[in-house]
Design a protein around this ligand. Structure first.
Ligand code: PFF
Length: 475
């Protein structure tokens, strides 16, 4: 048994605690499973060529995601405060520089960025609930659904209305707090969503393009991953690019809610006796399963209808309705599906701002209601930029590095800020935290502790740095 470390073992969160380990797992899974799995994973897989991208993404989950998730939970539970204050407190306790609190600050900023566009996309899902319920999709074909989607995203006012509604929903839950707000939202929704995805896979199996969908998703073609091609004057031009690998890494962070303190703050509400390693592995497995099942539901529909896998952010909104439109009970299933998608987004959105809310309560003495209102207002305003990316600002002259405001924000937050935050978390947990402290907090048997420590000290940082260097063309 490791030596007792008195300072942190006494710490308690002022924000409350999850009532059990199961609730922690549900809440963290609620944070992890969201639009990232069902909306983003399929569309970036489509854009980056399929199987090889999926393989790299799975590798990133194993080598980078799981060890960092364990570290975030461990740091959070040890610090028992908002990520900013947790990092300050732990840095002090470990004799490290107070600047480590920058991990927390960077995370708050990333959370604002992500929530701002996350809420816009969740707004699309709300809009689709009503379209599905109203029978708009019955008997619809690929062209029809494209039209429905186009009509929605080209109308800024409608998008603002849905974005506002989703933001308000998120703020209400956050304002109610850990027990009353967050727990209730996650207990039964995730299993229901999963069941519905399985129903969709069942449908996809009967469309005739199931094999093609699976092949796209699981058969690695590394040329597609390593070469970025575009049509120039009617001829295809390809060049080696590290960008897709960075996208896979970024998505591993995004989908597991890592690198910005969301899982850290949830860890700070975790009961003392619970196993961190077991929980982290379970959450990562569940999250990955949902993403793969979503891919298995979507790509067969893409191929059966001659659609483009690289269609971009509209992919699921232009594929799934075709399935709902032609399956028995599709109106009901479609409605239910989009309702559950909204719930999945909801339980993720609340974790995106919890680090900032916890800090405002701790340091500014604000009530949760006030803190949530301020943060909601700021992210809502930022979200307008993403809304306009799909309509008023969709022209080339509004693009920077060929990316719209929405693309740029997503790229910056998911592919740069989260991996950078994760890298710093790995370095702090592996190199600056004493063996006694981390071993005590994990309370994990050998050789598992050493496996974590070896990975977080060497393999994880090396992998992240190599992907970065590769993406900027150094490797
Ligand atoms: N993991 C969420 C998803 O896959 O939809 C998104 C997310 C939530 C990212 C919370 C980051 C975060 F801190």
């Amino acid at each position: 048994m490791s030596k007792q470390v008195p300072l942190m073992t006494e710490a308690k969160s002022i924000h409350g605690q999850w009532s059990s380990r199961l609730i922690f797992i549900l809440a963290a899974t609620g944070s992890a499973v969201g639009l990232g799995n069902i909306w983003k994973f399929p569309y970036i897989t489509g854009e980056n060529g399929g199987g090889a991208f999926v393989l790299v993404y799975l590798l990133c989950i194993a080598v980078v995601g799981i060890p960092i998730m364990m570290s975030e939970v461990m740091l959070g539970r040890r610090g028992r405060q908002s990520p900013i204050n947790t990092m300050t407190r732990l840095a002090r306790a470990e004799g490290a520089h107070p600047a480590w609190s920058l991990i927390g600050w960077g995370g708050v900023l990333a959370g604002f960025f992500i929530l701002s566009y996350y809420s816009v996309i969740a707004g699309w899902a709300i809009a689709y609930v009503f379209r599905a319920a109203g029978g708009v999709f019955s008997g619809i074909d690929a062209a029809g659904v494209k039209q429905v989607f186009g009509d929605l995203v080209e109308d800024p006012e409608r998008l603002i209305a849905w974005h506002t509604l989703f933001m308000l929903m998120s703020m209400v839950v956050v304002a109610r707090g850990v027990r009353a707000g967050l727990e209730k939202a996650v207990t039964w929704l995730m299993p229901a969503l999963f069941v519905l995805l399985i129903v969709m896979v069942g449908y996809a199996m009967n469309t005739g393009s199931f094999a093609e969908g699976l092949k796209f998703l699981f058969e690695p073609d590394f040329d597609k991953l390593l070469y970025a091609c575009e049509m120039v004057d009617g001829a295809q031009q390809c060049e080696i690019s590290g960008a897709p690998i960075l996208v896979a890494l970024g998505h591993a962070f995004f989908t597991l809610s890592l690198g910005m303190g969301a899982i850290m703050v949830y860890g700070s509400y975790m009961p003392k006796q619970s196993s961190i390693a077991g929980s982290a592995i379970l959450i990562a497995l569940l999250d990955t399963l949902v993403a793969l099942v979503a891919g298995m539901a979507i790509f067969p529909i893409v191929f059966a209808n001659g659609l483009e896998p690289g269609a971009g952010p509209g992919l699921i909104f232009q594929t799934l309705p075709i399935a709902f439109g032609s399956m028995p009970g599709g109106q009901l299933f479609g409605t239910l599906f989009f309702v559950l998608l909204v719930f999945a987004a909801w339980s993720s959105a609340i974790s995106l701002i919890e680090p900032a809310v916890a800090w405002l309560v701790e340091n500014r003495g604000m009530t949760r209601v006030r803190a949530a209102s301020w943060i909601g207002l700021i992210t809502w305003l930022l979200g307008l930029g993403s809304i306009f990316s799909f309509n008023l600002w969709s022209g080339e002259r509004y693009k920077l590095f060929g990316k719209s405001f929405f693309d740029l924000l997503d790229y910056l937050a998911a592919n740069i800020m989260l991996p950078l935050g994760g890298l710093l978390i790995a370095i702090f947990a592996g190199w600056f935290m004493s063996r006694e402290s981390s071993q005590h907090e994990f309370a994990m048997a050998q050789p598992f502790y050493s496996l974590w420590r070896g990975t977080i000290r060497f393999l994880t940082p090396l992998a992240v740095v190599m992907v970065f260097l590769n993406a900027v063309g150094v490797l």
